[in-house]
Design a protein around this ligand. Structure first.
Ligand code: ATP
Length: 361
């Protein structure tokens, strides 16, 4: 089939990838439920969610490794999976990078990177492999074998192999999870700059919210096979649409409350109810890091006693009991911000930091 005629994106040109009402399952169980989502050209989309939320299944559907039970997948408005078509992986113009890097151990680094370039002459393959290796900072590594490399270097070889054919869409499944945590930040930053250079549309699967926030132009948050919310890191962090979304990005305190006449009695004082909610049961979420802890009573503060405190280096974790009502509150404050030995404090939470959601049945 002629890819150019299908307009799947010329080699090296970013494509738009669209999931339309995608459904999938295994046996009698649905694991992806009616997901509609677009990955925009040249942007990084992160599929984020807890284990089993269907992220890898969506990625495999995008790659053509799984045939969805329902819905359509479009690349530049061309149906590549759906009721009318199914294009095999090698004809989609997509690159894949897996969690374990999946390098061929018996092949040299050069041969690994050149593996997908079968359409080129031998000389052009070698040149393209060398160029891809140089792009990831591994110029001259062609003759080495994977076992001679560190984890970080193997990751870079896998990245070079994925970008060498200049895919219009690059699909990456947990590409950093095999790495030492101290290496990760640097490898992520290096990977992002390679991805920006290649200009491909990128879809990354991760369960790590910090990784998603650090890498993504757009985050799609999934739970139990459903798309819960999509937006920029800032959108999802500042305006979570549910308690789940709020708790996925940061540690939160939860409280139950009731809205009456547009007002809510919270543990931190009376607040306005969310727009469109004048009455009804609510769940409140307050991030540990949004609790301000003072030693002097001021207007708007509530008194609490310190039950426990843990020194964590750059921050300190406090467990507190509110004097009124007795609720337990967890707070995270800068290390050294509260003098040793203080047992009674005054808590304050700014207006916008009390996130309010209608209680789910
Ligand atoms: N080949 C398969 N056969 C049967 N069930 C499967 C298969 N692949 C995935 N599943 C199930 O489908 C659900 C979604 O799996 P998927 O791998 O897409 O989730 P995920 O969000 O990527 O999770 P993880 O981060 O743990 O990989 C899980 O409950 C999983 O056990």
């Amino acid at each position: 089939m002629n890819l150019q005629a299908l307009n799947l994106g010329a080699s090296g040109t970013a494509a738009r990838l669209r999931f339309e009402h995608i459904r999938h399952g295994y046996g009698g169980r649905d694991v992806v439920r009616d997901v509609s989502l677009t990955a925009f050209p040249g942007r990084v989309l992160c599929l984020l969610g807890p284990s089993g939320s269907g992220k890898s299944t969506l990625l495999r559907i995008a790659a053509g490794l799984e045939v969805p039970r329902g819905g359509r997948l479009l690349i530049n408005d061309v149906e590549v999976s759906g009721p009318h078509a199914f294009l095999p992986p090698e004809q989609r113009g997509v690159g894949l990078m897996f969690q374990d890097f999946a390098l061929f151990p018996h092949m040299t680094v050069g041969a690994n990177v050149a593996f997908g370039l079968t359409h080129l002459s031998k000389a052009s393959r070698q040149a393209a492999a060398g160029e891809a290796l140089a792009r990831v900072g591994l110029a001259g590594y062609e003759g080495k074998y994977p076992h001679m490399l560190s984890g970080g270097e193997q990751q870079r070889v896998a990245l070079a192999r994925a970008v060498a054919p200049k895919p219009s869409v690059l699909l990456m499944d947990e590409p950093f999870s095999g790495l030492d945590s101290r290496l990760k930040d640097q490898v992520r930053a290096d990977t992002l700059s390679v991805l920006r250079e290649t200009g491909a549309t990128v879809v990354i699967v991760t369960h790590d919210p910090e990784e998603a926030m650090g890498m993504a132009d757009q985050i799609a948050l999934l739970k139990d096979g459903e798309l819960v919310q999509t937006g920029s890191a800032r959108d999802l962090f500042l305006h979570p649409g549910s308690v789940f979304a709020a708790s996925f990005f940061s540690e939160i305190n939860r409280f139950e409350a009731v809205a009456r006449n547009g007002l809510v009695e919270t543990p931190f004082g009376t607040r306005r109810a969310p727009e469109n909610v004048t009455a009804g049961e609510l769940t409140l979420a307050v991030r540990f890091s949004d609790i301000r802890v003072a030693t002097v009573e001021q207007p708007g503060t509530v008194p609490a006693s310190v039950i426990d405190r843990r020194y964590l280096g750059t921050s300190e974790h406090l467990t507190l009991a509110l004097e009124e009502g007795g609720a337990t509150v967890e707070a995270s404050i800068g290390a050294g911000m509260l003098a040793e030995g203080i047992s009674r404090v005054f808590l304050f939470v700014v207006e916008d930091a009390i996130l309010m959601f209608e209680k789910q049945p």
